[in-house]
Design a protein around this ligand. Structure first.
Ligand code: ASP
Ligand code: MG
Length: 414
């Protein structure tokens, strides 16, 4: 008998009919001889609705109370799904994060899971019941309700699977797997049957929204077998996230991710001296602003330019802080741009193939797309370009790296 953790996202439980369909799938999985733990998100739109509701009462609600509010979304779905299962004659029991005792730290709104109590869940499973757990939430050591950040139900599912040593964690969503890039932008995008966990991590951290990045980190750390599947179709095995890799056989590029959620800031003419980078980024870090790419140019005439990117939402605040730092450093100027996109090529095959970067730059040059910043890791190359080129750049690279699905009939290509 296998133990399967299934996670259903917001659209998969978006209305009563869909909840009934999920219940049938769960029942089916159990009837095939498996123990099943189900983790659910709030019904689609619900977390946004609750966030807006809180905003109409307090522009910056106390984080503890916001978590109490947001956690209700998932509580609704666990109850409804358990009822739908009961209606099918399938014994099920729902639990909130605090009932299970999903213990987290106390960082409200972005809490990290520390430990999961398994006694009750295991007892239910052994008694033949389906266990339905609210995603996205836990409790801290003082029994405060916490939430894990947007998309956090993925992380709940992977963490449950790790704690219970499940045979597979299946993430059911509204796409039927992980694609070479967002199929809404590139209709020729191909579904991947497999992707390594390392590649998935880079894709998730570079803007791919299929899985919450923390869930992939968790899967990586605890080697949880993870599969992404569609809850709307019965066919296909989705995409398996694997741990073994064979760089020689691997395709050069697994996929292309893009992130429009960044903005770029530059301080020009800072002294070329020890401590300057720290002086610039210290206040940014102290203000809890995450920095992504960083580029410092070689010095000429004793000064240098320092450029970095932050989340677009932090742009104004970061720019104010930087203005202050620039004065202290007698820097020449602060400039910035929040109309940029970061586009990343990801693939473990990069380790064994040379010339990927130049191939990428050539493809962009051929379309006259100017590259503003470049960063690389062992299995990723990212460039920053003007946001208006997003679609052109992604499609161009998709074709240049042979990722297009040639089997798609022409008329389906919008
Ligand atoms: N309901 C939460 C959200 O919308 C968590 C999740 O869906 O994973 O972000
Ligand atoms: Mg979600």
């Amino acid at each position: 008998m296998a133990l399967i953790v299934q996670k259903y996202g917001g659209t998969s439980v978006g209305d009563p009919d869909r909840i009934a369909a999920v219940a049938r799938r769960v029942q089916h999985t159990q009837a095939a001889g498996n123990q099943v733990v189900v983790v659910v998100s709030a019904m689609s739109g619900e977390t946004n609705r609750l966030t807006a509701l809180s905003g109409s009462v307090h522009p910056e609600p106390p984080p503890r109370e916001l978590d109490v509010l947001l956690a209700t979304g998932e509580q609704v779905t666990i109850a409804l799904l358990s009822m739908a299962l009961a209606r099918l004659g399938c014994a099920a029991c729902s639990y909130t994060g605090s009932q299970v005792q999903i213990l987290t730290d106390n960082a409200h709104g972005k809490a990290r899971i520390l430990e999961i109590e398994q006694t009750q869940v295991s007892a239910d499973l052994n008694a033949g019941r389906v266990v339905v757990v609210a995603g996205f939430q836990g409790i801290d050591e003082h029994r405060n309700i916490t939430t894990l950040g947007r998309g956090g139900s993925d992380t709940t599912a992977v963490a449950m699977a790790a704690a219970l040593q499940a045979d597979e964690c299946q993430i059911f969503t509204d796409v039927d797997g992980v694609y070479t890039t967002d199929p809404r932008m590139v209709p020729q995008a191909r579904k991947l049957t497999r992707i390594t966990c390392e590649e998935m991590l880079e894709m998730a951290s570079s803007g791919s929204k299929v899985l919450q990045i923390r869930s992939v980190e968790f899967a990586h750390k605890f080697r949880v077998p993870l599969r992404v599947l569609s809850s709307f179709s019965d066919t296909g095995d989705g995409t398996l996230i694997t741990f073994e890799e064979n760089p020689v056989e691997a395709a050069k590029i697994a996929g292309i991710a893009f992130n429009r959620d960044e903005a770029k800031l530059t301080v020009q003419g800072v002294p070329d001296q020890p401590g300057v980078a720290h002086h610039i980024l210290g206040p940014i870090g102290a203000a809890n602003i995450e920095v992504d790419m960083i580029v410092q140019n070689t010095a000429h005439d004793g000064t240098t330019d320092f450029t970095f990117t932050v989340h677009r939402g932090d742009y104004t605040k970061a720019r104010q802080l930087l203005q202050h730092t620039a004065q202290q450093l007698s820097a020449r100027e602060v400039s910035g741009d929040d109309k940029i996109v970061k586009i990343s090529l990801v693939g473990v095959g990069m380790r064994s193939h040379a010339g990927i970067a130049s191939q990428m730059f050539a493809a962009l040059a051929a379309e006259n797309i100017n590259i503003q910043m470049i960063a690389t890791s062992e299995i990723k190359i990212s460039v920053v370009v003007a946001e208006k080129y997003t679609e052109l750049a992604v499609r161009t690279l998709h074709t240049a790296f042979d990722l297009d699905d040639d089997t798609q009939p022409e008329e389906e290509q919008r």
